[in-house]
Design a protein around this ligand. Sequence first.
Ligand code: G1P
Length: 273
Amino acid sequence: MPKEMLPVVDKPAIQYVVQEAVDAGLSDVLMITGRNKRALEDHFDRVPFIEQTLEAKGDHEKLAAVRRPSELGDIHYLRQGDPKGLGHAVLRSRLHVGNEPFAVLLGDDLIDERDPLLETMIEVQARTGGSVIALIEVDPAQISAYGCADISELEGEEYVRVNQLVEKPAVDEAPSNLAVIGRYVLHPRVFDVLETTGPGRGGEIQLTDALQTLAAAEGEGSGVYGVVFRGRRYDTGDKLSYLKAVVTLASEREDLGPDLCAWLKEFSAGIPK
Ligand code: G1P
């Protein structure tokens, strides 16, 4: 099963990510997929047999839930082909995107729907005309799992200027403890840069390296800015974070929360039923 299809409460992780894009006003979604990801296309497609059965039964609630993924947005698919890295995957979208700013959302990262990160990033992109990344503060020992940013504060602004980016630096070489997470709003100039970006860390074409070039460039579409995110984020690629996402999101639901929370109290007190 593709990891993007892992259920988080009662929906696959990827559905939260598409919903986030649509909620931010981005309803034209291009998924860059690869081998064994066909389940993703099926999930966002209509399911006539199940829909007919539920319709005949008059189960409108379940019918709406089954139809929701196919009604979310205008979803397109493109296979990456050679898995040459995130930068290469982004470059594959060039024809679809054309010459306008666009967002990149990585399927592993879930951002709580109450925290409007993507909307903020879109506003910052429009104001600066550059590219925008999302950053979180991490324990310095963890920085080597992420792209890392050296930044300067901008007086009176809630976003920062990115001076330098390094993909997965060694702990003692990291310029900060600010880690890049899986949300980007990019100027299309990044495509020109990606065309000439050679393999970086791990032999892959790194989006981080292309953004480092843009951070140091001048002229239209140059400059990289960061929004430091302090809201709720879950990394479904990490087992503990995935479990926390399921429990947190379920505990906040009206239909599941009260019973789950009561059970969790008993469970943590050592008297599970
Ligand atoms: C990618 C990026 C990295 C970023 C991370 C966020 O790495 O290359 O800069 O910090 O996503 O999740 P990956 O996790 O795909 O190796």
